[in-house]
Design a protein. Structure first.
Length: 328
């Protein structure tokens, strides 16, 4: 029997929170052997709604759920945390400039980084879902100097899963026949879903597709703009698929990625593939022994390099903005 793992979810009363918490409590995050204690962090106005969600969690009588605490205080919510899912963020409102958005989020992710630094467990793992996820992760990391940088990650798994699904639809393959897809760069419209190293039933995916126009004009924009398409169709942003991706990310981080495959995650760059050190950028990754490692040695063609560079350039600009605002 494993000791309970403390999982903190911020923005717990939001849409993603509602789609996420039940899956965490049922054992889908950390496996059927690991009990969890939930900590829900919300802003004061949303604490009551979080209490309602907690009542429903109680009503599921999940055997693995060993307690729920609700707080509007980051220090309390992150005290002893093992897995921190940073979902709550300040959304972009009409007319808001990117700088304003980054500044508003700096006011959230800076203090949360400090609280993680002050109280988290030694093995803490942080996944930032709240947008702009990469740069919010960069901000949180900058405020947690005592936590190893590789514990701060940003979610690009939803983009990865979207790319798998689009490639499966195009080729008629099943999603689980496709391996080694990569999302590079920022979780934004500049992200680059790369199929040049992907395999479909062991064959090179780009060769199977053999259609560069489809790649450039359909696949890449469809994956990159899928979030907007969901809002258009559903009248609300993707929440269940985002929660599912967060589950996949942490599950694979803790329990390992399958042999012969990799996935995508936003990690603090060590300079791999020319991505400036310290930026939180998406890479092809495997998890071994509970740590992410960037897959090394992939040859990047010109088509890919241009697109990776463009997305990384956007991350550089976001970093420069938060630096000049004094947020990191
Ligand atoms: P939502 O608006 O339904 O919920 C956000 C919740 O966060 C609200 O309940 C709000 O009260 C809370 N919150 C705000 N500031 C907070 C703070 N300082 N501390 C704790 N809680 C706080 O939004 P939703 O749909 O749940 O999305 C959450 C975030 O996830 C958004 O930033 C969204 O853009 C992002 N997202 C990221 C994806 C990715 O692939 N990385 C995919 C989909 C969404």
């Amino acid at each position: 029997v494993h000791a309970p793992v403390t999982v903190t979810v911020t923005g717990a009363a939001g849409q993603i929170g509602y789609a996420l918490l039940f899956r965490v409590a049922s054992g889908q995050l950390l496996g059927p052997e690991t009990p969890v204690k939930l900590r829900l962090l919300e802003i004061p106005q949303a604490v009551k709604a979080a209490e309602g969600t907690a009542m429903e969690l109680d009503d599921c009588a999940f055997p693995l759920l060993k307690g729920i605490d609700i707080s509007d205080d980051a220090r309390q919510a992150f005290d002893g945390v093992n897995v921190a899912l940073l979902v709550g963020a300040r959304p972009r409102t009409k007319g808001m400039e990117r700088g304003d958005l980054l500044e508003a989020n700096g006011g959230i992710f800076g203090p949360q980084g400090e609280a993680i630094n002050a109280g988290a467990a030694d093995d803490v793992r942080v996944l930032v879902v709240g947008n702009p996820a990469n740069t919010n992760a960069l901000i949180a990391k900058a405020h947690a100097p005592d936590v190893p940088a590789d514990r701060f990650t940003a979610m690009t798994r939803l983009d990865h899963n979207r790319a798998l699904s689009q490639l499966a639809a195009k080729t008629g393959a099943a999603v689980d026949e496709i391996t080694k897809l990569t999302i590079w760069g920022n979780h934004s419209a500049t992200q680059y879903p790369d199929i040049f190293h992907a395999e479909i039933g062991g064959k090179n995916a780009a060769e199977v597709v053999n259609d560069e126009a489809w790649l450039a004009d359909e696949f890449i924009p469809t994956v990159a703009k899928r979030g907007a398409a969901i809002i258009e169709a559903r009248g609300a942003s993707s929440a269940a698929s985002a929660a599912n991706a967060a589950i996949d990310h942490v599950h694979d981080w803790v329990l390992g990625t399958p042999e012969g495959d990799w996935t995508s995650a936003g990690l603090v760059s060590d300079g791999s593939y020319g991505v400036p050190e310290g930026l939180v950028s998406s890479f092809p990754v495997v998890s071994r022994n509970g740590s992410w490692e960037i897959v090394q040695g992939l040859e990047i063609n010109d088509f890919s390099q241009q697109r990776i560079d463009a997305s990384v350039q956007e991350l550089v600009e976001e970093r420069d903005t938060v630096t000049s605002l004094g947020l990191i």
